[in-house]
Write a protein that binds this ligand. Structure first.
Ligand SMILES: Nc1ncnc2c1ncn2[C@@H]1O[C@H](COP(=O)(O)OP(=O)(O)O)[C@@H](O)[C@H]1O
Ligand SMILES: [Mg+2]
Length: 391
């Protein structure tokens, strides 16, 4: 029997369209001899729809039309299996469409990469590929991940966090940042991707504008020193806490100071529909063997430290003069699932997807062995007039 893989994509996220591109690529590379592929598109409102034509990118040229022709669905756990069922239910006829054995979320950004969707899968009792709830949430929050990684002895850039409550007094925030950091300073929302809301600032006036911009996208921001003589090196890791390995390293080559949304997706992505895989990049990155090995080792160790699972891409900032490097961020569902970093070291995309699904099922098995309930009769006396003081 084939494994029924529900490929989830889209969602309430600024990276919605990028996710569609990543998911279509993934569906084209899943081995059809092993899997039944079930596309599940999450609209920008958070509704689930399915339609076999969603395996082709051209189906998304007119999303309204696509949704009219597609089936809205919901999921229920029935006798320990997760069933995809029509919503709203029809009075006559069959409502169940298919079981789902495992979910493959190919989703990017808030609500879908940050543990929220993963929590939904977990509550349903559906095995899913990729990071668990906590590691997804940690990976999405640039401040939390920084603090944890520093605690684990990993190299990160200093950073100061300010919330919208602090920002009720913008002058205090500006003064505090100027007291703590020297220009140039980087301002970024704590939990977005695709370089949205990120600025490099050199003056107080620029800082004020950057804060206004960053706070329009998130309820908290980070101010951090700008790494000088910057080069960026990314490395992907595949595995889990027990065994993980690193891919080839890449150097994204960007036109401007900050790799922005346009560089990442619109420039190359729109014309070729290839998403992250089409971004200008150098693979392998032109760095010394020693640096390459240090970065790959740090990537694997930090992946395990944060208990990641499946594939994640870890992005580094390198000071090219001193050769010092810092972990900048974790992408727990990287664009194009970073397949292009794996085929460079001999792993085909279909094998990468096989491994992610195996790891998902392995984690589900391991978690099923943990006891989550106790057989007690603690509630059996609850209605008998006891004051319940022990509860
Ligand atoms: N501390 C820093 N020093 C220098 N450049 C930085 C720093 N932090 C971020 N950048 C630049 O901004 C870009 C986007 O920042 P990043 O933290 O990766 O956000 P995103 O999640 O949006 O990709 C990076 O790729 C890099 O070019
Ligand atoms: Mg980044």
């Amino acid at each position: 029997m084939k494994i029924r893989v529900g490929v989830f994509f889209g969602g309430k996220s600024v990276e919605h369209e990028v996710s569609v591109i990543s998911a279509v690529q993934a569906m084209k590379n899943l081995n059809e001899e092993k899997y039944d592929i079930i596309p599940i598109y999450i609209t920008k409102k958070g509704e689930f729809f399915t339609n076999a034509v969603m395996r082709e990118i051209k189906a998304f040229e007119d999303v309204d039309l696509l949704l009219q022709k597609s089936q809205r669905v919901t999921f229920i756990n029935y006798e320990n299996k997760v069933v995809m069922t029509k919503y709203p239910a029809k009075k006559l006829g069959k409502n169940d469409i298919s079981y789902i054995d495992v979910a493959l979320p190919v989703t990017h950004g808030t609500n879908v990469e940050d543990g929220a969707l993963q929590g939904y899968f977990k509550s349903l009792g559906l095995p899913f590929a990729g990071c668990d709830v906590l590691s997804s949430a940690i990976g999405m929050d640039k401040y939390v991940s920084k603090v944890l990684l520093r605690n684990g002895g990993f190299p990160v850039v200093d950073g100061y966090r300010y919330s919208f409550v602090n920002y009720k007094n913008p002058e205090n925030v500006v003064n505090d940042i100027e007291k703590k950091l020297e220009y140039p300073i980087i301002i970024k929302p704590v939990n977005l991707g695709s370089s949205i809301g990120i600025s490099k600032v050199n003056t107080k006036e620029e800082l004020e504008v950057a804060l206004e911009d960053a706070f329009s996208y998130a309820s908290a921001i980070i101010a951090e020193p700008c790494v000088a003589n910057l080069r960026e090196i990314n490395c992907s890791v595949l595995g889990d806490i027990e065994f993980a390995e690193a891919s080839e390293c890449e150097e994204p080559l960007n036109a401007s100071d900050i790799l922005n949304f346009h560089d990442k997706y619109e420039d190359g992505g729109k014309s070729s529909k290839a998403g992250m895989a089409s971004l200008k990049r150098k693979i392998p990155a032109n760095i010394s063997d020693e640096l390459r090995e240090n970065i790959r080792k740090t990537a694997v160790e930090s992946f395990k430290y944060l208990n990641c699972n499946g594939v994640a891409r870890i992005d580094f900032l390198l000071n090219n003069h001193t050769q010092e490097f810092y972990i900048n961020e974790f992408n727990t569902i990287p664009g194009s699932l970073s397949f292009y970093l794996w085929d460079k070291i001999g792993m085909k995309y279909n094998a990468l997807l096989d491994r992610m699904i195996e790891l998902a099922l392995k984690r589900f098995r391991q978690e099923s062995e943990i006891t989550f309930s106790f057989d007690t009769n603690i509630l059996s006396n609850a209605g008998l007039g006891s004051k319940g003081s022990k509860l």
